[in-house]
Design a protein around this ligand. Structure first.
Ligand code: IPE
Ligand code: IPE
Ligand code: MG
Length: 248
């Protein structure tokens, strides 16, 4: 496992996104119910947030609940929502102490009132945090994001405040829920699944993917450092040739 001292502070991803997967399988391995896995995911979240802030990552986006996750058994969805409220309440003082700003992306209005309230309060309390922004993706999916962005662009066009030919990649990026946030340079997915699961579809266009077989409740800061180190060994070519990159 990597140590923090082995990380090159000159080549850090500004934005890391994480698909926190494998809670259910973790619980099953332990002979517990799925919710037991979700409860044990909190330590992994805490460790990852702390490690990211300490290393110097500026934005950390955690995929906590997808649009598709609403289709899970009702009791699991309810338990996840309760856990969300509880965790935000419990962790806000630590975020404040570490100067971490909390943000969210997703269809927040679809969350239970109590979640919306807790989230709004925590966002307000931490809004001055300047060390790192922690973005929770809640009731989020990449297609939802592109759909809401398209609707807003269409409204501008219909109102005559934007011409169709003025719609550029920058326009679309401005209407996505991640407006103002750089695209993630690194995506970490736990539990070995090799898919995006409708996460940040537009924003992940050139993101480096790092998939580990670890189940999310077992993920710790050292694993985060491993992912950063793996990222630092990658050659990001953006369509160019390797030779072009080495010529100054
Ligand atoms: C990730 O773990 C948490 C959420 C999607 C909310 P899962 O609950 O998907 O766990 P597995 O993938 O079934 O093991
Ligand atoms: C992705 O995990 C969503 C979150 C981590 C919140 P899922 O467990 O829902 O993804 P699939 O269904 O295996 O693709
Ligand atoms: Mg899963």
């Amino acid at each position: 496992m990597a140590a923090r001292s082995e990380i090159d502070s000159q080549n850090l991803p500004a934005h890391v996104a994480v698909i926190m997967d494998g809670n259910g399988r973790w619980a099953k391995q332990k002979g517990g119910l799925r919710i037991f896995g979700h409860q044990n995911a909190i330590t992994a979240v805490r460790d990852t947030v702390e490690a990211a802030a300490e290393v110097g990552v500026q934005y950390l986006t955690l995929y906590a609940f997808s649009t598709e996750n609403w289709a899970r058994p009702k009791h699991e969805v309810m338990a996840l929502m309760q856990l969300l409220v509880h965790t935000i309440r419990q962790e806000t003082p630590t975020l404040l102490k570490n100067s971490i700003r909390l943000e969210s992306i997703g269809d927040i209005s679809s969350l239970p009132e109590s979640c919306q309230r807790e989230l709004a309060e925590a966002k307000e309390l931490t809004k001055a945090g300047s060390r790192m922004t922690l973005i929770l993706a809640l009731s989020y999916s990449g297609r939802w994001d592109l759909t809401q962005a398209t609707q807003r662009v269409a409204r501008e066009v219909a109102a005559g405040t934007l011409l169709p030919e003025q719609v550029s990649e920058q326009t679309i990026a401005r209407y996505l829920s991640t407006a103002g946030v750089p695209d993630p340079e690194l995506l970490i997915r736990t539990s070995g699944e090799q898919r995006i699961s409708n996460f940040l579809l537009w924003q992940l266009a050139y993101t480096e993917l790092y998939i580990t077989d670890l189940l999310w409740p077992d993920f710790r800061r050292e694993h985060f450092y491993d992912a950063i180190q793996a990222y630092q060994r990658r050659e990001r070519r953006f369509g160019k040739t390797s030779e072009q990159l080495t010529v100054s």
